[in-house]
Design a protein around this ligand. Sequence first.
Ligand code: ATP
Length: 363
Amino acid sequence: MTTGIELKNLRKMYESHGHAAWAVDGVDMTIGAGKFVTLLGPSGCGKTTTLRMIAGLEIPTSGQILRDGMDITDQPVTDRDMRMVFQDFALFPNMTVEENVAFGLRVRRMKGSISESEIRKRVAQFLDLVHLADHGQKKPHQLSGGQKQRVSLARALVTDPKVVLFDEPLGSLDANLRKIMQIELIRLHRELGKTFIYVTHDQDEAMAMSDAIAVMSGGKVAQFGAPREIYDRPVNRYVASFIGHAHIVDAEVDGRESGELTLRLRNGERVALPHQNTTAGVGSPVGLMLRAEDLTFADQAPGAIGGRIADSLYRGEYIEYVVELHGGAGVVHVHSRTDTPLVRHGASVALKVNPAKAHVLVH
Ligand code: ATP
């Protein structure tokens, strides 16, 4: 049975200068075989430590790591059938591209498990896979950042590991190259069908590439789910603000009727939403998550929220308006098409919420 990787109450404590702190504090997660799963979160939330424990580069303080149902918590790095790709490429500077890629296979050859001609064949095949067939004789210093990362990818993949671990592999590349490499990684994942476990603090990258994302905070997993689930239905304010820069307006449940939930904002205005999957009763404080793309300017109509344009930013693809809601009820952003007339600074506006996308947060 292939169940992929399971983390069971995984914890890691570090001690420095007599002070002990949990870097990873009880992570439970099942990463299905062949899936692309990303650990996402701000600096210091424990992503790298979790990844390094999976790789066998850090020893967990407690908890278990299973691969395909087998406990590998105490297994040495070399027996884990996993390879890691690092942000700084970690290539051997004195070796050619071919030699770098062949390195892991040559170690095997010493054990007699692979022939020299098979090594050459596999190296050529994997350099071709990462579009570096013509660069085999170069040294790392003769390559661009993107090419170096392709070499380290080929080097990780050539030994045919079950799991490939990535620690911010695109972190040192410029924005355009990152986008190209994201597409390359998705292609490689699709073609090779291996389990990819990826660490990043870049939410766009996580959303674009992953089958599932674990949003981490303070050594714990705040939410684990498909990108769309995390974006549309974040479990709390932390996840909502970390993913897609949502704005959260404080409100109170004003009424619950069949199929409809009415919220009262701090300025007394009411917003009616289709039934939400929340148990918050009448009078409970909640947060109304409003994303810029889910708000539109409306005519003064019942159910619209009133506000005033505080700022507008031309973003090329769209105009981003900063809208202060009346009565200090909060601030939201609205994206508007660039071919619509500019709404002037200070103008009063009414906003309509896309009822299918509005989301109520109780935590
Ligand atoms: P980043 O994106 O900055 O790499 P991260 O989410 O990967 O952050 P970790 O590197 O896992 O975070 O670190 C988690 C916590 O553990 C941090 O507070 C960090 O300072 C601490 N930590 C990590 N490694 C060590 C170590 N070797 N000794 C002591 N503390 C450590």
